[in-house]
Design a protein around this ligand. Structure first.
Ligand SMILES: *Cc1c(COP(=O)(O)O)cnc(C)c1O
Length: 458
């Protein structure tokens, strides 16, 4: 079949129309989907078609059938889990990424994609105040970014103990101890499973879920051999930040590699407002964050940052002999992530940062936290509502009396459709958890959300 640009035009015009219809529906549609996955499956799992259908027709059918099963994650009234929306420049750039279809692995083969990602990485280091010589890899998300940071650390601490994990693997290797706070995110534990390091040893945390430095010091004193400390910037429930500077100092005195999971909380580093909370952040060895959360680029995009280019490239490069020749030069994109073939997912990050500028990124992050404080203040005034956390960043945990009552209100909130908030369990209680992560959440969304919770309490 010949390459016919007109066929693309027809299909892309339909996709453009459906995308803009979807976005136009966001302010007024229910946030929740109106059909279940089983109902959607019945629409899509028809007889396998015997022959071809034209591309534009497929796009029309896809959009029409999917519509009732879509969650309005781009809505300013979506507060579930920790999920951002898509900034206009980032979303549009993501379309170009698909059209360009660059397999961003090698600098010489896909120079535009490699260069744009390198530029985005440099901007991120500057905004976050991290060492400018760090390597930055664009991953599928925070989980894989955690795996990259911890994987670089695994190789480095074993190498310091005289063991080359790339040759010997973990069988027969010195034991690597991983210490993490009691409220470590499950994705760090998942990343440790991928890496064959097993479950971390949990260090007690305080009432906001922050690792306790005194307890970390005690735990480190018991460890003999290679050790990794996994810290957290941004607790899923409270938003709190581990005392990173203090912990980095203790950990480094003990020869540990320090990784920081900052899937959403690392973004606080862009604003002086959180300087005290994040003091010492730049002294860690690796950091993971998400661009698809706080930065509001479309799914999927995480960011792995490692201060030692040697450590990340030793762990993830597929041509370490080539690396030796290029020791001081930029890495090829596939040297910094677990994949070989991959989407140029750093390009929407460049577009987001290019469109916001430094002040726009600061306003975005400070604005999310401001909305969280407004929601906490207004909801905390409703009779019988308790705000359980110090609202340090973008997260708010609410209880409505008994666990049963909290679960009932949570179910009502979701069924109402005016907002979406997640149920969870924290500090021994059922909670209704709010994460303000969408760039577009404004004062009207806050007011509408308070009304929705009020309705759900009746
Ligand atoms: C979301 C999140 C992760 C995992 O990130 P994904 O992008 O979902 O893989 C890790 N840590 C924290 C604190 C998170 O909020």
């Amino acid at each position: 079949m010949p390459f016919d640009p007109a066929e693309y035009t027809a299909a892309l015009e339909r996709a453009h129309a459906h995308a803009t219809d979807w976005l136009a529906s966001i302010p007024t549609r229910p946030v929740r989907p109106t059909a279940s996955a089983d109902e959607l499956l019945a629409r899509f799992k028809t007889e396998l078609p015997d022959g071809p259908t034209d591309a534009a027709g497929v796009i029309d059918e896809l959009a029409a059938e999917a519509e009732p099963g879509l969650m309005a994650i781009p809505s300013g009234r979506f507060f579930g889990w920790v999920m951002g929306g898509g900034l206009p420049a980032a979303l549009a750039a993501d379309w170009l990424v698909s059209a360009w279809d660059q397999n961003n692995g090698l600098r010489f083969a896909t120079p535009a994609a490699a260069a744009i990602e390198e530029a985005a990485g440099a901007w991120l280091l500057e905004l976050l105040g991290l060492p400018s010589t760090s390597d930055v890899g664009f991953t599928t998300g925070g989980t894989t970014a955690n795996m990259v940071g911890l994987g670089a650390g695994r190789g480095a601490v074993l190498s310091a103990a005289g063991w080359d994990v790339n040759v010997g693997g973990l069988q027969g290797a010195p034991k690597v101890t991983v210490l993490a706070g009691a409220e470590v995110h499950s994705s760090v534990e998942l990343a440790l499973r991928y890496l064959g390091l097993g479950a971390p040893q949990h260090v007690p945390a305080d009432g906001q879920g922050r690792i306790r430095p005194d307890q970390l010091a005690l735990a480190l004193a018991e460890v003999d051999g290679p050790v990794i400390v996994a810290l957290q910037a941004g607790n899923l429930h409270s938003g709190a930040f581990d005392p990173i500077g203090e912990c980095v100092e203790i950990a480094h005195e003990n020869g540990a590699w320090v990784h920081v999971d900052g899937a959403f909380g690392l973004w606080a580093a862009v604003s002086p407002r959180w300087d005290a909370d994040l003091d010492g952040l730049a002294g860690a060895d690796s950091w993971a964050t998400d661009a698809h959360k706080t930065l509001n680029v479309p799914y999927d995009c995480g960011v792995a940052i490692v201060s030692s280019p040697e450590a990340i490239r030793n762990a993830f490069s597929v041509h370490t002999s080539y690396f030796i020749q290029q020791e001081s030069g930029p890495a090829d994109p596939f040297d910094l992530v677990p994949e070989l073939s991959r989407r140029a997912r750093g390009i929407p990050v460049w577009a987001a940062l290019r469109s916001l500028g430094r002040s726009g990124v600061i306003d975005l992050v400070e604005g999310l936290a401001q909305r969280a404080r407004e929601l906490a203040a207004a909801l905390g005034q409703l009779p019988g509502v308790e705000v359980l956390n110090d609202v340090a960043f973008t997260q708010v945990c609410l209880a409505f009396g008994s666990d049963e009552r909290t679960r009932e209100v949570t179910a009502n909130v979701i069924a109402d459709g005016g907002v979406w908030m997640s149920g969870s369990r924290w500090a021994g209680r059922d909670v209704l958890r709010i994460s303000v992560s969408n760039w577009s959440t404004d004062a009207a969304d806050v007011a509408a959300s308070v009304d929705a919770v009020r309705r759900a309490m009746r």
